[in-house]
Design a protein around this ligand. Structure first.
Ligand code: ADP
Ligand code: MG
Length: 353
């Protein structure tokens, strides 16, 4: 790429940083280096002093284990900014960590990915928080758009692409064409909901109470939305609801399938609804090119196959689905002018769904 003198100078003075502000994981992309931070979206705050004591993995370990005056919070519950100050602290921490060995004269140019259901108030909150955290320039992109760009889909062309990004708190379903989101749905059925489904099922069926982390481990180890060749099993330790004592049971992939069946069905139903309102030309593009799935939640076994057989459209899994959004912000940073149209402009901030 031919860089003009102004662009070369700008790059000398400031870093270019992309942030995927996920409900489960926050990723930071640095132009020239790739994904440099990948941490759980958790912040631990000392309530006596109001100060942040830990961020990311360190803070996640404190969840449910903190003394009374320290609270571990997820700043982005269900994809909305639940706590502005904490979000700002987290972004400050991320920008500081990203630049710690190599500060430049000016604050970075930052592209932040936000869930597609986000309101104007929240967009402004993210913008302000990122500026307050030291950014010279802040650009906002909707996560499904960033995911599509990260998967190198031709988002700017007059051809329809469909993306399903299944995260922790929310799933984004979006149809993109000509640099814009043509149809979208944002729903609160994603990885966390599947964990809750597993907790409820084991409580109802086995009378055992398990924690969220245990449920997530079960989901990842033996969760399969279509039966695998051989049955899968896992032993689970929890608290017996009758005796109050620890007890262990063995559960199978078919237990997990039953537990999460309704949520998976709702996710597919929502995708069907998006397709039903998609204009015919765009729909025919999608039928030819397929549906692209991303996000950690997409990794549950058999999902691509099930969606494909339910919607009768080929389904492709992103390579490295957990980093698609962050890599997309990186692609945008390489060509800000080319991607100007896909960004949410500050004057006319508006959600698409
Ligand atoms: P977000 O963008 O909301 O931060 P991510 O895309 O990082 O979310 O995905 C996090 C979700 O992915 C979690 O709910 C996690 O349990 C789930 N997940 C990660 N790996 C797997 C896997 N191998 N199988 C099933 N679910 C997974
Ligand atoms: Mg995400």
């Amino acid at each position: 790429m031919l860089l003009n003198r102004f662009e070369k100078l700008r790059r000398m003075l400031m870093h270019d940083i992309g942030i995927d502000l996920g409900t489960a994981n926050t990723l930071v992309y640095m132009r020239g280096q790739g994904v440099i931070i990948n941490e759980p979206s958790v912040v631990a705050v000392n309530q006596k002093t109001g100060r942040v004591v830990a961020v990311g993995g360190q803070a996640k370990q404190m969840l449910g284990r903190t003394p009374a005056h320290i609270v571990a919070v997820k700043p982005l519950v269900d994809g909305v900014i639940s706590d502005f100050e904490v979000t700002e602290e987290m972004i400050t921490y991320l920008l500081n960590t990203a630049q710690k060995n190599n500060r430049k004269l000016l604050g970075p140019r930052v592209v932040v990915g936000v869930p597609s259901g986000i309101t104007n108030v929240e967009i402004r909150a993210v913008r302000d928080a990122t500026r307050n955290a030291g950014a010279s320039e802040v650009h906002i992109v909707e996560e499904p758009m960033a995911a599509a760009i990260g998967m190198r889909l031709p988002v700017k062309d007059p051809v329809g692409s469909m993306v399903i990004d299944i995260g922790g708190g929310t799933s984004d379903i979006a149809v993109i064409s000509l640099g814009g989101v043509v149809r979208a749905k944002n729903l609160r059925i994603a990885g966390d909901k599947l964990n809750q489904d597993i907790i409820s099922y084991i409580r109802a069926e086995f009378k055992i109470l398990i924690g969220e982390k245990t449920a997530e481990n079960i989901k990842i180890a033996i969760g399969a939305v279509i039966p695998e060749n051989a049955p899968l099993e896992a032993s689970v330790k929890g608290r017996d609801l009758v005796t109050g004592l620890p007890r262990e049971v063995v559960i199978t992939d078919s237990d997990v399938r039953e537990a999460i069946g309704q949520s998976i069905g709702a996710l597919i139903e929502a995708s069907r609804e998006v397709l039903e309102t998609t204009p015919p030309e765009v729909l025919s593009d999608i039928m030819n090119r397929g549906i692209f799935i991303a996000g950690g939640g997409a990794l549950i076994k058999g999902l691509a196959e099930l969606v494909e057989s339910e919607l009768k459209i080929p389904v492709h899994m992103a390579t490295d689905p957990l980093t698609a959004v962050a890599r997309g912000t990186g692609v945008i940073l390489e060509d800000m002018e080319g991607f100007a149209d896909v960004l949410i402009q500050s004057e006319d901030e508006l959600p698409t769904s």
